[in-house]
Design a protein around this ligand. Structure first.
Ligand SMILES: C[S@@+](CC[C@H](N)C(=O)[O-])C[C@H]1O[C@@H](n2cnc3c(N)ncnc32)[C@H](O)[C@@H]1O
Length: 353
């Protein structure tokens, strides 16, 4: 691990971690999925509680995050020795979990949305306007369009709509016009200056004027909202009866999706919402970890057979064919696809241990 990355990893603090563990109801011997490994902060805490009969599955579409999480979990394995659970890491978008995880196999699922401190701290990733770097913003650096392509190629009115919708930025038209006039825009610093110049800080604004525009581009580049919808729709199929789902969101667009899906599936008698209001960090945590300031945690529990919520009978039917992963391995996408392809049909693939 490089020194810079070691520093990021060592000062990374997972948000709302006590609530995460509590709402996940982590039990020894269980199977838990962390959909957003990041720096394996939450994942390490879960792994410590699982014991040798347990299984931790982790997803991250960022190859560097996956590598770093793997290093941290290997260090944990050395520390825990025989108490370490089985670990499987998958370098894929979490919208694809249903392609890899067995139906009704999970005791709990966690998703801590958004950007990791490592992604923000590395200027070359292009997520931060605090440091200058190429306008990239892709979490999965292997595919997709970069933020530079979006700001330089998108039609002005589409760009304004994108900034309005995903950034909830009222001055989106002005900002889009300024961006189009300044093309080509190639770095985060240049973009931040263009936005600040066209829509300066307003009285009472506590955030940098470019915050909303950067959020909008990041959501678009990474298809963040579609990813969340796909994940939450797949979740009930993957969880065991009484299995837990915990999601942490960082802005209102993410939280609205989580809230609506949880409510909808509760009204259909699929699960019970455990958090009537979202759980937020207390003052001590926000003082220690500024990222926790905007975090909102929501949790739900799948209903057990015969159990009902609000007088409803569970109506969820399994319609998918799950796939199982085995082994403490960092699975390369191509290998996973090959293994699944080679099996064909609905059979379970045997993957590298
Ligand atoms: C906020 S960080 C998670 C931090 C983690 N809980 C920890 O304690 O270290 C979010 C991570 O999720 C990953 N991520 C975000 N959206 C994803 C998606 N759709 N599929 C897979 N990984 C995703 C990001 O690459 C990032 O590493």
């Amino acid at each position: 691990m490089t020194e810079a990355r070691r520093t990021t990893a060592s000062r990374h603090v997972p948000v709302l971690s006590q609530d995460v563990i509590g709402y996940l109801d982590v039990r020894e011997g269980g199977t838990y999925l962390d959909c957003t490994l990041g720096l394996a902060g939450h994942a390490s805490q879960i792994a410590r509680l699982l014991g040798p009969a347990g299984h931790l599955i982790g997803f991250d579409r960022d190859p560097r995050a996956l590598e770093l999480a793997g290093e941290r979990l290997r260090e944990l394995a050395t520390a825990l020795g025989e108490r370490m659970p089985r670990v499987t890491l998958v370098g894929e978008a979490f919208s694809r979990v249903a392609d890899f995880v067995e139906v009704s196999s999970l005791d709990g699922m966690l998703a801590d949305f958004g950007v990791s401190s490592m992604q923000l701290d590395e200027p070359e990733r292009g997520f931060s306007f605090q440091t200058d770097g190429p306008l990239d913003m892709r979490q999965d650096t292997r595919q997709g369009v970069t933020a530079a392509q979006v700001v330089n190629e998108m039609d002005e009115s589409d760009l304004a709509n994108l900034i309005y919708e995903y950034g909830e930025e009222r001055r989106s038209r002005r900002i889009a016009r300024a961006i189009v006039r300044a093309r080509p825009v190639t770095t985060t610093g240049q973009l931040a200056r263009i936005v600040a110049g066209s829509a300066p800080t307003m009285k009472g604004d506590r955030i940098h004027p470019a915050t909303r525009t950067f959020q909008a581009l990041r959501i678009h580049v990474n298809r963040e909202l579609d990813e969340i919808k796909d994940l939450l729709e797949a979740a009930p199929r993957l969880l065991k009866p009484s299995g837990r789902l915990v999601v942490i969101s960082f802005h209102s667009l993410e939280d609205r999706i989580a809230k609506d899906v949880l409510k909808d599936l509760t009204s259909k008698g699929i699960w019970n919402v455990l958090t009537r209001k979202p759980v937020v960090a207390d003052e001590a945590e926000t003082a220690r970890n500024p990222r926790a300031r905007s975090a909102k945690l929501r949790a739900a529990a799948m209903l057990a057979p015969g159990e009902s919520a609000a007088g409803k009978t569970p109506e969820y039917q399994d319609q998918g064919s799950g796939r199982q992963l085995t082994g403490f391995a960092q699975l390369k996408t191509a290998k996973v696809k090959k293994a699944i392809g080679a099996q064909g049909g609905g059979k379970k693939p045997r993957l590298r241990k």
